[in-house]
Each structure stands twice: as structure tokens, then as C-alpha cells.
Design a binder for this molecule. Structure first.
Ligand SMILES: [Zn+2]
Length: 705
């Protein structure tokens, strides 16, 4: 509930005593006038007819409605799972190797179903069951030695989808602008150039913060190429959020804002609506995120950083793909299909199969001449040639087959990328060239040529994936509380943004005068910037506190700048809504000021004291951005103690004045006073409070020196 204090002096009384100009800003509906009933014989006869034939009339009306509905909408179809009705999934088309029948319901299940969802797996159940022994599994350290018989694909052949990707953090070791200049802009250039050369090449992109920036810099022909790559399916935008948000610290308001901001830009600019979410790096996953994505229309989601023991347990039962269901959802309307990656990381050594020493040999950016570290397991990638292609392809296929035994279907998703990859055309060409040779060889073998089908028979799961551990009992829980100052600034920006958005809506919707529109439209780009600065901080190295100091400073300055912009707008908008601001004065500062201000991005806010002279009065405006009435005790600081609180009708409100104290060796009294009173502010409304100074008969409640 941000408030503003009016410190413009005592020249205006805003409509004067007894008026109601400062009440709720929402348009009010006028009560319907009561018209006395006209009595006549015809009317009485009609009433009698209606009463005696009530059921016949009601049945006839119902039948007519039913006919109209069927004619208009057709015969209704039975409800079906969201997975079955997917129009054209671009992510996976898995065909089950084996259907797992739904768990029969026992008495306990039925009892639970009254209160919540019936599910096959709960994460709390997993945590109870797992012993967390951290057993060394061999080449797949956190798993086991995976093997297969060799005849698993005789009837249903293995289909592998390799998904080239590049993970671009909008701030981590470098700021978002530094990363953009040094890496991300070149990566996007590289993608456009190399994908245009061969229609078989594919790529996915996640972060709209970088794409929007690149779009502004890109020449028209590059933009067109990018759009055509999206349209022909070579380039898929996944998630479409401004960033890949954290799921532990981010408030759902900020998550919705950041996904909406990115997706709206994407739809407006490229005309694409993602169906698949891609979250490979957040440090644990919340059930709320799955819920939000489903409600936003996403159909599939991919996750990676879950506890390694949980991965192992799910992999043992082939439960790494499931329908994520909300625990309270007995109707099963919230199910979203999830693919959980099985291994330690999303880099290439940990995505082709269970043995990183082998998979690393298929990361062709790790050869001499490129920027990346060599394979730490000793064996390095070699260029694919006609002489070695058979041996190399079989080695890679062996990993794919082993990985596929962890899933129920004959289709396999294999991400191919890492942090800030595909930075140069040479690097991208090395990956695409070698993989094309390997796949040409594999595909020329008739034993690997299958078509995919629709998904059936996945387990359902409810719960979340916190606390994350990546290896050796290392738990990622510190980031829940690290850099608490900036976590708090995040929440302040959120509430201020919410209040500004509401005020903007009121300004545009309620006030039709020219000066209203001018202020609102003129502020539009700053409002967008504020949304984007808040969105940026939701990144999994932003609100989490895991970025370097100078990156945190960059986030902090962005949030501080937007906070100030929003407060200036709110102050001016308040004046317009109260009818005391005019077009000519648009460039003048507002007569209202925010009650709390920060002088710098990294300092605590301070309460501004309302300074007034004897015989004057001040206005305080309380604004409620929520959709329900708020009743709270509010406080402002004043520079003198002989004040009273009056409502907009100039009626006295019970209040308390107390000294403001501080911890100081020399003095404890700051010389200022706190005025508290109980305020009730209507939904989406303002409250006008008047603080008269020095009433002649006011009694001084205390005296401090
Ligand atoms: Zn990341």
C-alpha cells in the first residue's frame, strides 16, 4: 500500500469539507430505481397463466437452449487428457514401450481423493523411501551400470531427437549487457547463419531478454531469416520468458509478469506461441511453476536440476517422464507432461548417455582451436571421417540406447549444448557437421528407422523438487536466503509495479480527458522497462543471489531506477485522478511525494517526515492496488507532535502520536514523531487523509527533551 503525502501547502482544500472526491476511484454503479408496479387485469391473467404452466414453459425453454447450443457448438466430445489432444507437438512424440496401468484405488486412495488428487507418486513419498546413501554407481556416478539386452528395439525402433541449445544466463559472472556484447549476440547471429544453410539443422532458444535486444540491433534481412526459421520449424522458441526464472525465491506475481513480458514480445514480434517449457538450470522446481505453465497453455515441460537420489529412484522405475499434477486437484485438470533429464548436468558429457567420458567425445566444440576446456576424462573428440564413422556412430548409439532404457518410450530426447555455446560459425559447423555424418550413418541402417506416436501410460506425480542436491550430499539451500537485501527490493518493486499497473488502468479506463492519456501513454515505455527489470531479476542467478558482485549491482541499479520511475508516475497519476493536475503542468514535478524513498540502489528506504508549519494542513493519499478492501494500521512521520488525523469529510479519526526513537549513544529521540491510525481503503481505491497541524486546543500527550 504505497502512500503519497501532499506537501503543497494550504492553498487548496480539494473540494472542501463534506465532499467525497477522494473516495474509491472505481466507477460506481447507480442503484436501480424502484418503479411502483402497475396492476391490471391482463397482467393478473398473465401471471396466473405463468404459474399454472410453469414446468411446461421451463421445459420448453430448456429444450430450445439445448438445441441452440448443439446447433452452435456441435455435439460435445468426452473430456480427454491434454496429452492426447496435442495438435502437433514439436518437442517429443513418444510412443510407450510398455503401458503402465493406473494404480488401482484402495480405500486409502478413495479417502484421499475426497481432499485431493489421486497420484501414482508423491515427492514426499519419494523422500520417505530414499535412503540417500550416495552410492558410487561407476561411470554414471550417481546411478548404476546401465546395460541392455540388445533386442529391445527389434519391434519398436529407437528414435533419437537431438536438440542443439545454448544456455544464455541474463547475468551471472558478467552482466546481461556484457554477456550480450561478448557472447549472446554472436550466438544468435551464428544460429541464423548456420541454420539457414541446411534445413535439417535445428535449434531451440529460451531467453527473450537476449532475443529482444538482438532484434533491435539486427538488420531487417536477419530478422526475416530468424522469423522464417521459426516458421519452418528449424528454430523453436521454448518457454518464451524474459528469463529462465528461479522457482524458489520468485513470487508468482513476478513469474507471471516475466513469462507474460517475454511471450507478449514474442507473439507481437514473431507471432509464435511456445507450447514447451525448458528449465535446465533453476536450482530445484516448484509445483506452482508447473501449475502456472499449464494454466498458461503450455503442454510440456523439461526440467534438469532435481536431487540426484530422486533422479535415480525415478529412473529405476522409468518414472522420469510423468504427468505433474497438483496435490489438491482431484479433477486432474492441471496435469502437464514433464520430461526430467536423468544425469548430473545439461552439458554434452551428461546428456548423450550415462557415461560422461564417452559423451564428452561427442562434444565437437571441445577440440583444439575452440574456446572450451578439453574433456577432463582424458579421451577427446575426433573429427568424424569415412574411416571412423562406423566405430564412432556405434559408440554414440550405445550411449543413446543405455539412456533410453531409463524411459518408457522408444523415443529419446538428447540435448546438445552448454552455457553460451554456438558462439562462432566454426564451432556450430563442427557440431552440425559431425552429428550429420554420424546420423547419416545411423539412419542408413534399417534397424533405426521408426515413426513416433501419441503418448499414453505415464505415471502421475505431485509435489515439488526442493531441496536440490547435485552431488555428494551438496544441498543448494543457501540461495533461499542469500543477498536478502535484494530479495527485499524485488518484493518492493513488485508491489510498486502492481500499484502502478492498477493506477495506469484506472487512468486509462476511468478518466477520459486528454491529460490522462498523455501521462499514461508517455509513461508506457518506462512501465515496460520496469516490467523487464523486474523480469530480469527473476533469472536463476538474479533473485537467487548467485551472481557476481558487479552483476548484483547492475540488477540493483536497474530495480532502483524503475522504482523511482514508478513512484514519479504514481505521484503524478494521483494528481490527475484527483483532478488537480493539468496538461500544461506535465513536466512539473508532482505535489505528492512517496512516503518512503531510497537515495541509492543499495541503501534502506527512509520515511520522509511531513514538515508543516503552524496552522497548516497536509494531505496523505493511501492507494490500495488489491482487489479487496484493506484495513490496516498505517503510519507517517511528522515533524511536530501536535497533529490530528481527519478523514476526507474532516471528521476526526482516532490516532496515536509517539516519539520516533533511534539507537544512538548521545540521544535516543530523533525529534520526529510517528502518527498511527487505522485506515480502511477500498479495493482499487484511494483514501484521502488530512493532517491538520497545531489545533489550538490540542493537548501534548508527552514531552521529550
Ligand atoms: Zn543458468
Amino acid at each position: 500500500m504505497p502512500f503519497s503525502s501532499y506537501i503543497g501547502g494550504n492553498t487548496r482544500r480539494g473540494g472542501g469539507a463534506g465532499t467525497t472526491w477522494a473516495q474509491s476511484l472505481l466507477p460506481s454503479s447507480t442503484a436501480k430505481s424502484k418503479i411502483p408496479p402497475r396492476r391490471s387485469r391482463r397482467r393478473t391473467a398473465l401471471i396466473n397463466f405463468l404459474f399454472t404452466n410453469f414446468f411446461t414453459i421451463a421445459l420448453s425453454i430448456s429444450l430450445i437452449f439445448l438445441l441452440i447450443t448443439i446447433l452452435h457448438f456441435g455435439v460435445p466430445k468426452p473430456l480427454s487428457s491434454p496429452f492426447k489432444s496435442r495438435p502437433k507437438p514439436t518437442f517429443r512424440l513418444p510412443k510407450p514401450r510398455k503401458t503402465i496401468p493406473r494404480k488401482p484405488q484402495n480405500d486409502n486412495d478413495n479417502k484421499d481423493a475426497v481432499f485431493g488428487a489421486v497420484v501414482d507418486i508423491t515427492t514426499t513419498g519419494l523422500y520417505d523411501k530414499i535412503e540417500f546413501l550416495d552410492v558410487d554407481g561407476g561411470p554414471w556416478k550417481q546411478g548404476w551400470r546401465v546395460s541392455y539386452r540388445g533386442n529391445e528395439w527389434d519391434t519398436e525402433k529407437l528414435k533419437v531427437f537431438v536438440v542443439p541449445h545454448s544456455h544464455n544466463d541474463p547475468g551471472w559472472k558478467l552482466t546481461v549487457d556484457e554477456y550480450y556484447e561478448r557472447q549472446s549476440r554472436h550466438i544468435l547471429d551464428t544460429i541464423v547463419e548456420t541454420l539457414s544453410k541446411d534445413v535439417r539443422r535445428k535449434f531451440i532458444w529460451e531467453e527473450m531478454s537476449y532475443l529482444e535486444r538482438w532484434w533491435r540491433d539486427a538488420a531487417a534481412n536477419k530478422r526475416e531469416l530468424f522469423t522464417s526459421l521459426v516458421k519452418n520449424g528449424q528454430l523453436e522458441i521454448v518457454g518464451g520468458g524474459w528469463v529462465m526464472n528461479d522457482e524458489a525465491n520468485s513470487h508468482y506475481f513476478a513469474i507471471i509478469e516475466q513469462i507474460a513480458e517475454g511471450n507478449m514480445w514474442l507473439n507481437d514480434t514473431i507471432g509464435f506461441v511456445p507450447k514447451n517449457s525448458w528449465a535446465i538450470d533453476p536450482f530445484g522446481y516448484s509445483a506452482t511453476m508447473a501449475y502456472l505453465l499449464r494454466r498458461m497453455g503450455f503442454e510440456n515441460m523439461l526440467i534438469q536440476r532435481t536431487h540426484y537420489e530422486v533422479k535415480k529412484e525415478l529412473a529405476l522405475k522409468k518414472n522420469l517422464e510423468y504427468a505433474w499434477r497438483q496435490s489438491w486437484d482431484a479433477e486432474e485438470t492441471t496435469d502437464i507432461f514433464v520430461h526430467m533429464m536423468p544425469f548430473y548436468s545439461y552439458d554434452i558429457p551428461h546428456t548423450c548417455g550415462p557415461e560422461p567420458a564417452i559423451c564428452c567425445q561427442f562434444d565437437f566444440a571441445r577440440v583444439h582451436g575452440f574456446y572450451y576446456e578439453m574433456c577432463p576424462w582424458g579421451e577427446h573428440p575426433v573429427e568424424t571421417t569415412p574411416e571412423n564413422v562406423r566405430e564412432r556412430a556405434q559408440k554414440l548409439l550405445d550411449q543413446y540406447r543405455k539412456k533410453s532404457t531409463l524411459y518408457r518410450t522408444n523415443t529419446l530426447l538428447v540435448p546438445l549444448g552448454d552455457d553460451f555455446r554456438y558462439i562462432s560459425v566454426d564451432e556450430a559447423e563442427a557440431q552440425f557437421r559431425n552429428y550429420q555424418k554420424l546420423f547419416d550413418y545411423i539412419n542408413s541402417s534399417p534397424s533405426l528407422n521408426a515413426e513416433a506416436n501419441l503418448i499414453v501410460g505415464f505415471p502421475s506425480l505431485s509435489g515439488d523438487f526442493f531441496t536440490y542436491a547435485d552431488r555428494q550430499q551438496d544441498y543448494w539451500s543457501g540461495y533461499y536466503v542469500s543477498r536478502p537485501f535484494f530479495k527485499a527490493v524485488d518484493r518492493v518493486l513488485e508491489e510498486t509495479l502492481r500499484a502502478t499497473e492498477m493506477m495506469m488502468a484506472l487512468l486509462l479506463g476511468y478518466c477520459q480527458r486528454a491529460q490522462c492519456e498523455k501521462l499514461a501513454t508517455g509513461f508506457g515505455y518506462k512501465l515496460t522497462a520496469a516490467r523487464r527489470n523486474l523480469a530480469l531479476f527473476q533469472h536463476h542467478d538474479g533473485v537467487t543471489g548467485t551472481a557476481k558482485d558487479h552483476v548484483v549491482r547492475d540488477y540493483g541499479i536497474r530495480m532502483h531506477t524503475s522504482l523511482q520511475d514508478l513512484q514519479i508516475f504514481m505521484s503524478k497519476a494521483t494528481e490527475v485522478l484527483l483532478g488537480i493536475r493539468h496538461e500544461k503542468s506535465d513536466h512539473n514535478p508532482s505535489q505528492f511525494e512517496p512516503e518512503q524513498v531510497r537515495s541509492k540502489y543499495d541503501v534502506q528506504p527512509v520515511h520522509k517526515a511531513i514538515n508543516a508549519h503552524e496552522g497548516t494542513w497536509q494531505s496523505v493519499i493511501l492507494f490500495n492496488s488489491l482487489e479487496q478492501t484493506r484495513e490496516e494500521v498505517v503510519m507517517v512521520i511528522v515533524n511536530r507532535l501536535d497533529v490530528a488525523v481527519l478523514d476526507s469529510n474532516w471528521t476526526c479519526v482516532q490516532s496515536q502520536v509517539s516519539p520516533e526513537l533511534e539507537h544512538d549513544r548521545n540521544k535516543i529521540f530523533t525529534g520526529r514523531h510517528r502518527v498511527h491510525w487505522k485506515a480502511s481503503v477500498p479495493a482499487w481505491g484511494c483514501k484521502h487523509i488530512i493532517l491538520p497541524m497545531v489545533l489550538p486546543d490540542v493537548k501534548k500527550p508527552y514531552q521529550l527533551n
